[in-house]
Design a protein around this ligand. Structure first.
Ligand code: ADP
Length: 389
């Protein structure tokens, strides 16, 4: 078997992975360990998408999760050789504007950025350390979710705070950069004129954000200092008046741990519906709270899309991606129905079948659905930096 690239995406209690061979864009295997630390489960699929059988027990850390993943991969692919490992790293701070080979100094710098993303960065670091132990001497690459946005004009990079905070790194970083990078690449490949123009890309998954691009480069995004800003998400509220935080602290006596839990885990679709963070569950629900939660989700997408289009001075195309953006035709329909004033009009049949172009042929603004692929962005960067092409 030729030397493989392993991509890792370590979340707080999950580890997503994919394995790519040679110069292929299709992974030979991918999967996910969920609920690390409690009742862990592992899913592993082969190139044909079919499940490969594995068992999981006693997965209490990311290192243990990686060991189980490797056992499973070794079982499915005899004589497996991992030639390089690529990692999704959530925060690259002000300085990491591209992918980088990880050495001790880089790892130290990534660790120093943990205060900017305390709920995510430590898990990414755990993944890097675990991979270093599993594959001593094997090159590892960091791909940052913030890097794609590092060229934002200053007005889109700053908050209206005293400048000293900007200098300390309190900036609008933007996230989902690997996804936007993939979409920009796909637009260049399948729709070069649109790629060269002004595009708003809505990444709508459990986490959700929107990015305004011009010529394939990010100009601004709805996510800012953290992955909390902008759209309502599965369990995060999106844009919030900072006065609410003062109220929660002063009047309700909430501490930072409680506020963090409220903002990252209890809000958004889950908090508004009181039912679920899963769009499929809400769409199937008959409860009015579920319908209101979806209404809020849609309303914020319309509002933010309008704001980003204004930042670009108009748009040539709107692109949907992410679990909801790619699969929820009803949500796309509701968003687009309220943006006729921006030249947006859907072809209902194309939208229902999740076609690549879902706008009406004579509509001034093109609307597209492009399935995103963050793993492939990591694999390509790893291949490039490790000269494995
Ligand atoms: P993550 O941010 O965790 O990667 P995903 O991009 O996988 O999330 O998106 C998960 C969301 O996509 C969930 O809310 C899920 O309900 C939604 N989703 C997936 N498939 C569908 C579908 N067919 N219809 C509506 N929503 C869907």
């Amino acid at each position: 078997m030729t030397s493989m690239i392993l991509t890792l995406n370590a979340g707080s209690s999950s580890l997503k992975f994919a394995m790519f061979g040679g110069g292929d864009d299709q992974p030979v295997a991918n999967g996910q360990v969920d609920r690390i630390g409690s009742d862990a489960t592992i899913r592993l699929r082969g190139a044909d998408g079919l499940p490969l059988s594995v068992t999981a027990n006693n997965i209490s850390t990311h290192a243990a999760a990686l060991r189980v993943v490797l056992e499973a991969l070794n079982g499915a692919f005899p004589r497996l050789q991992i030639g390089a490992v690529g990692h999704r790293v959530v925060h690259g701070g002000p300085d990491f504007a591209g992918d980088i080979l990880i050495d001790a100094t880089v790892l130290q710098k990534i660790a120093a950025l943990s205060p900017f993303a305390p709920l995510h960065q430590p898990h990414n670091i755990a993944g890097i350390i675990a991979a270093g132990e599993a594959f001593p001497g094997t090159p590892q690459v960091a791909c940052f979710d913030t890097a794609f946005h590092r060229q934002h004009p200053w007005v889109h990079d700053t908050f209206g705070l005293p400048r000293a905070y900007y200098d300390k790194g309190v900036r609008r970083y933007g996230f989902h950069g690997l996804s936007y990078d993939y979409i920009a690449g796909e637009l260049a490949r399948i729709a070069p004129r649109i790629h060269a123009g002004r595009v708003v890309v809505a990444h709508l998954g459990n986490g959700a954000s929107i990015c305004a691009m011009e010529g394939g480069r990010s100009i601004t995004s709805t996510m800012g200092f953290s992955a909390l800003d902008g759209l309502a998400m599965g369990t995060r509220p999106g844009q919030l008046d900072p006065g609410v935080m003062l109220y929660l602290m002063e009047q309700e006596g909430l501490g930072t741990a409680e506020i963090s839990d409220l903002l990252y885990k209890q809000s958004g679709l889950l908090g508004l519906s009181g039912e679920s963070n899963d769009m499929r569950v809400l769409e199937a629900s008959t409860r009015p709270e579920a319908a209101e939660a979806i209404d809020y989700f849609v309303t914020r997408i319309v509002r933010e899309t309008g704001a980003l289009a204004a930042s670009l001075g108009g748009i040539d195309a709107l692109v949907f991606c992410g679990g909801i953006g790619e699969n929820a035709a009803g949500i796309r329909d509701r968003v687009c129905a309220r943006m006729g004033w921006m030249g947006i009009r859907l072809d209902r049949a194309a939208n229902a079948t999740h076609a690549t172009v879902i706008s009406a042929a004579d509509a001034p603004t093109t609307v597209m659905v492009i399935p995103t692929n963050e793993e492939l962005v990591i694999a390509r960067a790893t291949r490039r930096l490790c000269r494995m092409a």
